[in-house]
Design a protein around this ligand. Sequence first.
Ligand code: ZN
Length: 417
Amino acid sequence: MSKFSSWPQTFIPQPIDVAKPKLRLHDTNRGLVEISADKKFAIYVCGITPYDATHLGHAATYLTFDLINRYLKFIGTEVRYVQNITDIDDPLFERAKRDLVDWQSLGTSQVQLFADDMTYLRVIPPNNFVAVTEKIDDFAIAVKKMIENGSAYRLENDIYFDLTDFLSELKLPLDQAHQIFAERGGDPDRSGKRTKLDPILWCGPKAGEPSWQTVLGAGRPGWHIECVVIASDYLNSEKMEFSIDLQGGGSDLIFPHHFMCSAINQKLNQKKFAQYFIHTGMLGLDGEKMSKSKGNLVFVSNYRKNGLDPMVLRLALIKDPFQSDRMWEEKKIAQAAIEIELIRSALALQACQPVRAVIEKALHQIANNLDVKSAIQTILDWSKLSLDVKNNENKEKFVNETGLMARFLDSVLGIAL
Ligand code: ZN
C-alpha cells in the first residue's frame, strides 16, 4: 500500500478497429525515432517535488506522457507507468521552513492538490505513484551495493557516485556542465570529490533536516538514486539490455538528473537505464520562463476552482509541439473553447460525415511525434462539414458514427465530450 494514493482510474473506451501506425517520438539523444512497443512497455516519469504543484508547465509535461500512454494502449500495448513523488528534497525543506509549516504536511497537501489537478485534466493515473519517503531502506541498500562494487565512495558523512567512467559521454562542455550542476543542487566545488560532477547518493545527518536509520547509518538519499531504484523496482523492460523502456520528464531534467540516472543505473544494475529519453519543453509566460524564482507560475487549480471546462484546458495544453519551449497565452483558452464547442456540436448530430478515414488521418498525425495541432484540425474540418447545413450533396453519405468519433477522441486524446 503506497503512502499516497494515486488518483481515480479514468475510463478508457474500447479501442477502435482502424489501421494503427507505430508511434514516432522526438528522443532527446537521437531525434525522431519509432517506438518499439510490441507487447509490454515500461514508462517512468519523474514526478513532482510537492511544494509548487501544479503549474501549467507540470501539467503540460504529464499530459504529454498521458498522450504517449494512451496511444500505446490504443495500439494494443500493455503499458506500465510509474511516477515518483520527490517528497525529500532541499527546496521542499526550504519552503516548509519559510512558511513555518511541517515539511510532511506541506508535502501531503501538495500531493493531494496535484492528484486533484490530474483528475480534473483526465490524466490516466500511474500504476504506481511512489513517494521517496516509502523507499528509504531500498535506496540505502542500493548505495551500499555501489560502495561494495567500487562505484560509490564515502566523503566525511556523505556518499558520492564516481562519475569518472561517464565524463566522456557528456553532451555539453565541462564548464557549462559544472555550472548547471551547481544550479540544480550539485556541489562541484566540494573538495575531496573524485570528479567535480560526482552527484551525492546519500547525505549524512544534518541538524534541522530529517534523517532515517538504515544499513548505511543515519541520513537521507540523494536525488538521482531515488528514481533509479524506484524505476527498476517497479518496472522491467522486455528488452534485456535496458531496465525500463522510456524515461520522461521536463527538459530541465536532461542534465544532470537523467544523465546521472543513466550512469548510476549502469553501475548498479549493469544495464542501460532506458531505451528512450523523452523530454518536454519549458512553458513561459509574457516572454519569460515560468518559474518559482520569477514568481510567474500559473496554476491548474486556479482554472479548476474558477470552473473552467477541463477539456478546454487539456486541449489548450496539448496542442503545441511537446518538445519545444513555448509561451503560454491566455488566448489559448479562448481558442480551445471555440474548438471544443464546435466538436461538441458535431458529436451531438444524428448523422455526420463518415468518420473512419478521418480517424485514420488524425491517428497518423498523432503518431507523428504527437502532432495534436494537425489532428485537431482534421477533426475540426470533419465537424464543420458535418454541421454544414448547405452540404447537401454529401448528405446522402452521412452516417450514424458520432459515437465512434467520441470514442476516438476520448481514448487517444483524453478529450471526453
Ligand atoms: Zn527523476
